[in-house]
Design a protein around this ligand. Sequence first.
Ligand code: GLN
Length: 465
Amino acid sequence: MDYKGLSVAQFIMMSKEGDIDVSDFYGKLNVELRALQKKYNYFVTLVENTDVSVDKGTKLAGLPVSAKDCICTKGVQSTGGSRILEGYVPPFDATVIARAKKEGGVLVGKTVQDEFGFGTFSTNSAYGIPKNPHDASRSCGGSSGGAGGLTAALEMPHVAFGQSTGGSISCPSSFCGVVGLTPTYGRVSRYGLIDYANSLDKIGTIGKCVDDVRLLYDVASGYDPLDQTSIKDDDKRDGKFDMKGLKFGIPKEYFPSDMDASVRKVVLDAIDKMEALGAKVSECSLPHTKYSIPAYYIIAMAEASTNLAKYSGMRYGMEGNPMGAHFDEYFSDIRGKYLGDEVKRRIILGTYTRMAGYRDQYYLKAMKVRRLIIDDYKKAFKDFDALLSPTMPFVAPKFTEIEKLSPLECYNADILTGAPNLAGIPMLSLPCGTSKGMPVGLHVLSDHLREDVVLNVGREFEKAQ
Ligand code: GLN
């Protein structure tokens, strides 16, 4: 049997009926994944499963699941994309992995990412750069680039766990033409996630369609006492849904004047389709949007620089020989050797914004701006069920174009994803058309804990394509 083109839903149904020869399936999947790895570099670690047994009573019933490399997996190397954690094999599973396995998910690999999640194009990966399957001279997006590329390229059933701090699920989903769900902060446990910035990090799901991301999200989400920021409210609010009468806001700040004109057109056409499905669409304003990038990067880097202090060559990650050298020299030596340039930049900038004398000026000010950004959304969600915008202001850029970007220009690419991540609201990126032959993403945002809204809107939109 050829499993190419088999959907996740079909796979699960057939698997439960006993109509899938699991060893044949995984044999063919291994060949497929090896080929993709060679061509596009989606994995830090590929897990070849040979002896899979399926529990037909589970929700995933033997479904292949990949995880971004920053998600700890028992017995499988988990580096967070950094050389400093090369060879680290966790003795435990992150909660999301444990939950997926319990429901019959099978881990097929750890996907490539920007080092510790620091990036928008996956070009800051220490384990090779993943290539976009629609055009290998272009980026998959970041930082969950391996997850986005793999989901788009693999023609066999599979779903992916990604992670977002400032847009790392939405961006690769948009660039690779797949669906990405970033849940409300705290909805999905972060236990076992290698931290980037704790007040922002979220684990979410990437799949070929809305039902796929919803399925893995349903399995992984819910209160977890092992994560102190886990939300106790497990109500999915998934009642009756009707597009007719829903109110969508179009934030005028989310269509910046310098955005790609053809991306704008594709997204405006998609919004027209939403209107045709019965939703009421009107313009709105999120006035503090222009401050979102500086606020996001100050907060993210401040938290990251404290998190990264633990990789000192003593207890976590790579070690050397501390004897004979001064401790400072030893620490610098290890960190200098095993951390990438972008990581060093963020440690320096993050430390600076937290220093006595600068803390008020940068870090505390950024925290106040964050509050204003959250208030912008809270106000908007009094009037609207969801907000619609492009996910990214342009399609996946070529690597030759990315090379020319300054760090600041790279940071500015997050202009549409930074603010919703600062607010911790749920977001869904949906493929909505193409520009220059590359996929364009439509971003659907809703209020805290309203994953049901973004998923239901996404499904209706998908059905109407
Ligand atoms: N591009 C953003 C950054 O570099 C977001 C990355 C992420 O969400 N992990 O911080």
